[in-house]
Design a protein around this ligand. Structure first.
Ligand SMILES: [Zn+2]
Length: 260
């Protein structure tokens, strides 16, 4: 075979490379496992990386996995921008893991696995931050910046060992999230970054407490917790303690290991 033919073959291979090919598989483990409906305990996930953009591994979770569909839903330019923003946002918060993975979900009512706002699990060894974003009307309305900063702050709390490394499917629970959000959005506000307002978060907490603790004065309690948590760093242990004061438990148990 001549050199010319080798070159031509190479260019054909490059042309045929798909954005949906799996270029790497990464196995991530977590301190808090997810228990399935059948009682199966999952303490790790294997993430398939489809592309590397701006130093970030991109993983696509599509309902219709055709190249054209991907291009329409997540055009290359947009994903480059999102990858760069993800890295910069985490870096701004002092989170510089050896690996960042951005998993992009296509919203479908049939696959309501994650909340619309996304997820930001950090692995047990604190080497990888996985940011999960779902492309939904929610994201269009409020923009990616708000969602990214929000998820990055959740990741920072896990990264700094204030919160446990939970499997991406583990749901922290409504009330715990509502309290955690006081801390997160207050800190984002102090940094001048996109965030939800204090009144939006109060509204969320009042609604949750009204459902969870019908015997409490939900509004008064939410104001008191907001005053205490808004803008200050908190821990999983502290929120669990606050919840138990209200008679609330968490659906999953776990402690956070000491930073090694
Ligand atoms: Zn959140």
């Amino acid at each position: 075979m001549s050199k010319w033919e080798t070159g031509a073959n190479r260019s054909i291979i490059i042309l045929m490379a798909s954005r949906l090919d799996v270029v790497e598989e990464v196995r991530l483990s977590y301190e808090i496992p997810y228990v399935t409906g059948k009682g199966e305990v999952l303490d790790s996930v294997t993430v398939q990386i489809n592309e590397k953009r701006k130093g970030v591994g991109i993983s696509y979770a599509l309902v219709n996995s055709s190249e054209q569909h991907l291009e329409d839903l997540f055009p290359s330019d947009g994903v480059d921008w999102l990858a760069q923003m993800t890295r910069l946002t985490l870096h701004d918060l002092g989170v510089d893991p050896s690996r960042i993975i951005l998993q992009l979900w296509e919203y479908s009512p049939a696959y309501r696995l994650y909340s619309v706002e996304g997820r930001a699990p950090v692995d047990e060894g604190r080497s990888t931050v996985l940011i999960i974003l779902t492309k939904t009307p929610f994201v269009y309305k409020f923009g990616h910046a708000l969602v990214l900063w929000h998820q990055a702050m959740h990741a920072k709390d896990r990264w700094d060992y204030r919160f446990p490394a939970a499997h991406p499917l583990v749901d922290a629970g409504e009330w715990l999230d509502a309290l955690w959000h006081f801390s997160i959005d207050g800190r984002l506000e102090a940094l001048g970054k996109p965030h939800y307002s204090r009144s939006e978060r109060l509204e969320e907490a009042v609604a949750v407490l009204r459902r969870c603790c019908p015997n409490e004065d939900a509004a008064a309690r939410a104001y008191q917790l907001c005053r205490e948590l808004w803008g200050s760093e908190t821990t999983y242990a502290r929120l669990v303690e606050m919840g138990s004061g209200l008679g609330l438990g968490v659906g999953w148990q776990g402690s956070v290991p000491e930073r090694s």
